[in-house]
Ligand binder design. Sequence first.
Ligand SMILES: NC(=O)C1=CN([C@@H]2O[C@H](COP(=O)(O)OP(=O)(O)OC[C@H]3O[C@@H](n4cnc5c(N)ncnc54)[C@H](OP(=O)(O)O)[C@@H]3O)[C@@H](O)[C@H]2O)C=CC1
Ligand SMILES: CC(=O)N[C@@H](CCC(=O)OP(=O)(O)O)C(=O)O
Length: 620
Amino acid sequence: MQHGYSIELFTQEYEQLMKEPWVKFGTKLKLREFKELLDHLPRTSSVAVISAPMLQKELFTDSGAGTLIRRGYKLFKHDSVDKIGADRFRQVIHDRDPDVLSGYQSVTGVLNELKKTPYTIYGDDPLDVVAVVSRPEGEVPVMTRLLASRNGVLNSVTDNVFNAIKKDHRRLFWTAQADDENRAWHFERADGSFTRAGKSLFWYGVQDVAEVERIVKGFEASGRIERAYLPVGPAAPPHKTGAAPAGAKAFSTLARRPMLGSTRGYATAAAPPSTEPKRLGLIGARGFTGQALTTLLSGHPYLNLTHVSSRQLAGYALDGYAKAPITYSNLSTEDVKEMEKEGVVDAWVMALPNGVCKPFVDAIDSGAEARTKGEKSVIVDLSADYRFEKEWTYGLPELYGRTPIRTSKRISNPGCYATSSQLLIAPLLKYLKPGAWPTVFGLSGYSGAGTIPSNDPDGRPISLPKVTPDSLGGAVRPYALTDHIHEREAGHHLSTLLSDQSERAKLAFVPAVAPWFSGIISTLSMPLSQKVTAKEIVAQYEEAYKGERLVRIQKQVPGLQDIEGKHTWTVGGVQVHSEGERVVVVGGLDNLLKGAATQCLQNLNLALGYDECAGIPIDA
Ligand SMILES: NC(=O)C1=CN([C@@H]2O[C@H](COP(=O)(O)OP(=O)(O)OC[C@H]3O[C@@H](n4cnc5c(N)ncnc54)[C@H](OP(=O)(O)O)[C@@H]3O)[C@@H](O)[C@H]2O)C=CC1
Ligand SMILES: CC(=O)N[C@@H](CCC(=O)OP(=O)(O)O)C(=O)O
């Protein structure tokens, strides 16, 4: 009997897990014990981990709450069919390849096609899953085959193989047919997709529609992906017409097996914004960012706060939310899992300190597993915990696009300083002197440090700022002078914008905390590769942020009055050094708004299908 969460523990994953920073003390010990236990069991056995109080539920109901850990087989990757045994591979193609099963291609035809480009075969030892990635030098990799047995799908080997591919390939394109019984799996793993007449093209790692178009044109020219899967042909591509081409005819004239009729435009195709009411659960509602989001949601036309969680305020009424009376509760991970399983909310927001979100996210994941296939709520995490995770979408719409956010269920909200730094640097990357680091000096209001719980004279719990003007002695205090996590975060994501992907973007970030409540002023100083005028720099910002409703470009240096309480990121005060070799620009945002709650609402709106700025009172 197995319910809840299932994990395949591979030897190499075990070693990787033990190195993870969040795997400490008790978790380390438990993993070591699982491994020792599994090492002595045959692979047909497994270990169910449940808590003692849940034992009865686990045994006598169909809604148990355990974690199943199974000793998985070793994964492999090879550059030649011979390394896994040509006969075994032929058998897999013969038994599972949809083109072979439908009589469209012979086994030999598939093998010959494979040899046309350099390729890597990924899989597990018993060949429950075999995937082939074609990877010609300098071209976008394409997963040409993903052949899984039922066992492979049920035991999540498909996910493990796909994760191994993701580790090797920053971006990937692949196809699937509408009658693929694991169709939902593809949509969940893709950043974008295009479906026409039952054929779907999927991709991850490409954020920009123009870039998708360029790559698709390359596939059309090279024939690496059959034309019927590509958004090309006599009809205008759907993202240009703004509508999915109902039943648009594929360009290919090849007779194929009958397909289920299904159409879906680019995931980017702008459907009219939804006005359907949806429900949100907020975990960490007592804190500064939780409060800021509550205020925004109070004026949101469609998105309703239905559950707010705080350990300190459980049982008290929520202030600052006008749409309905709500009482704080102290939601445990078990509660959250049950709520997700029942579909009680459409989205969750985690407004928790760094390092404590994972048990909640895991609970939501395992609640979602018990739901009808493919159903799960959106999570937006305000902490830094998932900002480097490839499986999560980094939600900074102005720089990394809307498509991935619209189609994602797991969104990491960027850090406040990191948002301002990236918005400052991104449009100027092409002028950055090679090898030089731009420097950002960030000055933040003290609300950036969060709260501590306390009590008012009547004993009601209240939140006090962790840092106060008094504790700062009314002055400014520089801190975390190197290696602030936002330095790494900004560099990590800016790197994805570089034209040469072997390069990494780096910046020097120097923060200081100031005795005002909220508002970050970031001053960028960047060495230039060529002589550029201030006018040309301003033109870069205007071009990059044309039409952006939450960006303001002004002539003067932004002051606190332009930033505090405002929902926008504001940039101004561009100056180029008299020798023309260095530019200085100032950007600013409210750390609790565009640095946290407003950006979170932008992401929620996109992921739930609303207008991106619904509920955001855009500043005049
Ligand atoms: N403040 C800012 O300017 C920004 C903050 N962020 C990030 O957003 C997140 C929230 O920040 P902020 O609102 O300032 O933080 P606060 O310290 O103000 O609030 C933290 C919240 O989490 C709850 N909480 C704390 N520890 C736990 C725990 N172990 N389990 C469950 N709940 C817990 C607290 O409520 P209770 O104790 O009642 O349960 C409180 O509601 C952080 O990760 C922060 O780094 C991001 C951008 C800007
Ligand atoms: C003034 C102050 O202390 N600021 C916080 C940033 C808060 C924040 O936004 O942190 P994350 O977004 O990374 O969670 C700090 O420097 O750690």
